[in-house]
Design a binder for this molecule. Structure first.
Ligand SMILES: Nc1nc2c(c(=O)[nH]1)N[C@@H](CN(C=O)c1ccc(C(=O)N[C@@H](CCC(=O)O)C(=O)O)cc1)CN2
Length: 165
């Protein structure tokens, strides 16, 4: 929704990456004046389209209207919620059921932590981890992912006192 320069870059990268791995990806570009109900109708049409297997609503929504972005991400069918931002996938991750879609940045960070080409920590049991930030896209799911891989996690955020300590 809208025309943010940063979002356009991220969307462009996602389309390019999808093509590279053989996924047909289409950008449904919507205007800043779209209403919440019109956006929900489009999400529902994509939910019902058997040719669509995954849906990403790029955030933040760049609109002139009042749209509840949580309502929109929760409207995505859970089996198409490849960003893992809906309550079903996010709830599964929070409870340690890793049979779910996990937001891509935390998933990539875990890959870097575990991979021999990264930190090479195949097992995180007994490891102490500090996550800075509690956003629904990165910080919170990162802390949960580390917790369920048996790390001991400290989650710091904007109200944490003495972060440097
Ligand atoms: N539906 C979604 N919306 C948004 C997401 C998302 O995962 N799903 N994440 C961000 C935007 N974004 C991808 O869409 C994104 C932003 C930043 C990065 C990142 O790794 N940044 C690095 C710098 C990378 C570089 O400069 O090459 C950093 O901050 O250190 C990844 C993805 C919000 N919206």
């Amino acid at each position: 929704v809208g025309d943010r320069q940063d979002s356009n870059v991220y969307i462009g990268q996602k389309l390019k990456s999808a093509t590279e791995v053989g996924i047909t990806a289409k950008h449904v570009k919507l205007g800043t004046d779209i209403s919440e109900s019109a956006l929900l109708t489009i999400v529902n049409q994509l939910n019902e389209d058997p040719n669509v297997h995954g849906i990403i609503v790029q955030l933040p929504l760049d609109c002139n209207t009042a749209i509840d972005s949580d309502l929109v991400t929760n409207a995505i069918a859970r089996e198409k919620d490849v960003d893992g931002l809906g309550v079903v996938n996010a709830g599964r991750l929070a409870r340690g059921n890793l049979d779910c879609f996990v937001p891509c940045t935390p998933r990539g960070c875990l890959e870097l932590i575990q991979s021999p080409r990264g930190a090479g920590l195949a097992s995180l049991a007994g490891v102490s981890a500090v996550v800075v930030g509690r956003s629904k896209i990165v910080g919170s799911p990162m802390a949960e992912l580390l917790t369920w891989h048996h790390a001991t996690v400290t989650l710091c955020h904007s109200r944490t006192k003495d972060l440097a300590q």
